[in-house]
Design a protein around this ligand. Structure first.
Ligand code: CIR
Length: 264
C-alpha cells in the first residue's frame, strides 16, 4: 500500500532529569575523598547538560525535585527502561531508596509505559545496568546484589533479554567502568573491570572520565569534558562528540550517563 512509502515519523525522544538537591554536597562517596562541591557551578552544569540533550533533539521531563535527597540528581540509578517497560530500581544505598517514588510517578505519566519493581531483599542501581541490544549486562557491585540481579533476570527473560552479570569490585557501578557505543562496542577502563573478556568487542579508553558515553543518536555521543583524549579517539572512529563539563558531579562519583534516563 501507499503507506509503505511514507517516511517514518521520528519518534518522540524523552529524557528524564532531576534538578540537583540543596544538599548535593552530602551525596554518598565510596571510592573518592570528599571535596567541596560548588553548588552554583553544579546548577549551571546541570542546566548545560539539559540544554545539550535538548539541542540534540531530546525532550527533557523533570522528575519532581527532592531538595533534601542529596543524590537525587543521579536519576539514572532509580529506573531502567527496556522499551516501554520501566523497571523501578531499589538503590543499594539506604539514603537513596526514597528517590524512586517520584521517579515512578514520572514514568507512569508517560503514555504506554508499564512498570515493574525490584524489591527487598533485592537491591539494584540503574548505574549497574548496561543495555546492548537484547543483552543486559548487570554489575554485581556494592549496590546491586544477587537477589536484585535474579529479580531483573526473571522480569526480563519473558521479554527476550539475556541478563549477563558482571562482577564489579573496583568501581561504584558497572557503568563507572564501561559503557557502550551505538554499534554495541563496549568502551571502558580495564583497570576497573575484573573480566573485560566478557565483552565481545571492547576498546580501552585513555581517561577514567572517558568511560561513560550517552548515545544521543546512532551517530553522536555525549561525554564529559574531562576526557579530551577519549573524545578525540571516538571522533576518529566516526562519531560526533558533544562534551559537557560535569566536574561538580564527578566529585560525587557521578558521570554523564547518570544525570538522565533516556526513555526512548
Ligand atoms: C552515589 O554514590 O550513589 C552517588 N554519589 C553517585 C551516583 C552515580 N550514579 C551513577 O554513576 N549511575
Amino acid at each position: 500500500g501507499i503507506l509503505a512509502f511514507a517516511p517514518a515519523r521520528p519518534p518522540r525522544q524523552i529524557a528524564l532529569v532531576r534538578i540537583p538537591a540543596s544538599n548535593l554536597d552530602e551525596g554518598e562517596l565510596t571510592h573518592l575523598e570528599r571535596q567541596p562541591v560548588d553548588k552554583a557551578r553544579a546548577d549551571e552544569q546541570w542546566d548545560n547538560y539539559c540544554a545539550a540533550l535538548v539541542a540534540e533533539g531530546w525532550e527533557t521531563i523533570e522528575v519532581d525535585a527532592a531538595p533534601d535527597l542529596a543524590d537525587s540528581v543521579f536519576v539514572e540509578d532509580a529506573v531502567v527502561m527496556f522499551g516501554d517497560l520501566a523497571v523501578i530500581a531499589n538503590p543499594g544505598a539506604v539514603s537513596r531508596r526514597p528517590e524512586v517514588e517520584a521517579v515512578e510517578r514520572a514514568v507512569r505519566a508517560i503514555p504506554g509505559v508499564t512498570v515493574e519493581r525490584i524489591e527487598l531483599p533485592g537491591t539494584l542501581d540503574g548505574g549497574d545496568v548496561l543495555k546492548v541490544e537484547s543483552t543486559v549486562y548487570v554489575g554485581a557491585s556494592s549496590r546491586t546484589n544477587a537477589e536484585g540481579i535474579r529479580q531483573l533476570r526473571s522480569l526480563l527473560n519473558p521479554h527476550g533479554y539475556t541478563v549477563v552479570a558482571v562482577p564489579i569490585t573496583k568501581a561504584l557501578h558497572l557503568k563507572s567502568a564501561a559503557t557502550a557505543l551505538p554499534d554495541g562496542t563496549i568502551i571502558g577502563d580495564p583497570a576497573l573491570l575484573e573480566v573485560e573478556s566478557l565483552f565481545p568487542r571492547f576498546i580501552s579508553v585513555p581517561e577514567p572520565e572517558g568511560v561513560a558515553v550517552v548515545e544521543l543518536s546512532r551517530e553522536s555521543l555525549l561525554m564529559s569534558a574531562a576526557a579530551p583524549q577519549t573524545a578525540a579517539m571516538l571522533s576518529s572512529l566516526g562519531y560526533r562528540v558533544v562534551t559537557v563539563d560535569i566536574s561538580e558531579f564527578e566529585k560525587l562519583e557521578g558521570c554523564v550517563t547518570c544525570l538522565s534516563v533516556r526513555v526512548r
